[in-house]
Design a protein around this ligand. Sequence first.
Ligand code: SF4
Length: 258
Amino acid sequence: MSNVKTLLFSEKEVKRDLLNIHSIESFGTFDGPGIRYVLFLQGCPFKCLYCANPDTMKFEDGKEYRIADVVKEAMNMKSYYTNGGGVTVSGGEPCCQAKKLISLFEQLKIEGIHTALDTNGHVMNQYVKNLLELTDLVLLDVKHINDSMHEIVTGKSNHKTLEFANYLREIEKPTWLRYVLVPGLTDKPEHLHELGEYFKDFKNVEKLEIQPYHTLGEHKWEHLGMDYPLKGTPVNTKDQLDKAKEIFEQYFKEVVVN
Ligand code: SF4
């Protein structure tokens, strides 16, 4: 009997140590400073029309990885983390697994590794707050500043994302804003100005990254048997990117096209 009990207990312990991950990139250069070990976590409460990884949306998919193994792998990469590099958790929406990520980030911080959290800001709870204490940099994806448009783009209101942004401001957490520029959907000058006006006094915002719209995820939607909602939407012209950058530069000290 005691053996069964021990077995059950250890299975529970193992479960507690598992992260549900969609994929891992060892040499990421787009999600935070330097070279990064990027974990794309499974599951997302949004359903963005342009999602490049629609296979990360479902919570029940993904593959379970032991946190201890992830830490080991991240440590093997340590010599590459020069120029501010480190580990980024992205998704999907990583904050949906915040409780488990606390353990990951705790161990990474002990090892002196830079931690970044790439989030859409829709999930906030005590676990997320604790995770933020262990996070060096937040990459906050703001999908749209206009609430009705945000709902069209993601299926959800932007209220929680903006509350999340205000919390980051309150705790003075270094933050980069990220904005996907989709022709005809998120690129109206008045909306870009509105976003700039909203965030211009956030001293914790170090940078705004414009992420050009691309259609690389289109075949994934088709592969999953789903219609790609933005079929026929062209990628950005250089002129569109330049104009958006010019507008954002009126409000942010650093604006880059990622
Ligand atoms: S928040 Fe990211 S992962 Fe989630 S649906 Fe949008 S683009 Fe996809």
